[in-house]
Design a protein around this ligand. Sequence first.
Ligand SMILES: [Fe+2]
Length: 248
Amino acid sequence: MKLALISDVHANLEALEAVLQALTREDVDIILHLGDLVGYNANPRECIDLILEHQIVCVAGNHDRAVLDPTLAEDFNILAYQAVIWSGQQLTEKHRFFLQQLPLNRIIQDRFLVCHGNPINPDAYISHHFQGKHVLNMLRRDFNPATVCFFGHTHRRAVWYRDVRGKVAQLSISEDPIRLDQENLYLINPGSVGQPRNRIPLASWAIFDTSEFVLQFKLVPYNIDAAQRKILAAKLPTYLAERLAEGV
Ligand SMILES: [Fe+2]
């Protein structure tokens, strides 16, 4: 089975459309979105509609929850908070209901765990070694027989692994296919579609072949100008437009 991994679309319609267009050339069975459909960019309704149309399997991100309950955004930075309030005002009942029913995690084929921040907390980051180690231990202890966890939230591509000795480390990232070891545990982040922060201003996603255990990161250009113009027209903070061109 081939899985498409997309995450952190953040209401960037141009980026989501570019990824879906690229996906027409790939024979994937399931598209997974790892949370944060809304926030930051200017098309929350349209992105939810496209996700529904393409039957994309989703989990809840911290922004998805915060637009429904802004008290959850009290620790967000001010720009993220302003975008959460604006996004909440754009949603209809249908869109709110869709976000409300999203689970915090899902398990696919017993073996693949899907979440946003970490498997039990959409606000938690997996950025540092101690965090990777903590979540790999959680995967082994609490989610057996799952051995691979797909996550988002950092907006940066990453592959953490734990080998049979218990060693935890990261793999280096490129767009070449990466064959994984079925004996290891993995945490895999495909980067962000709608607001990449790895200084590469391209929509970032990945494909994972569950039988071959091969992961491939993908990057696709999208119409940044159009996304920026919509952010400015909506009177969202200017920096949210500027950062798209920098990939930060
Ligand atoms: Fe996010």
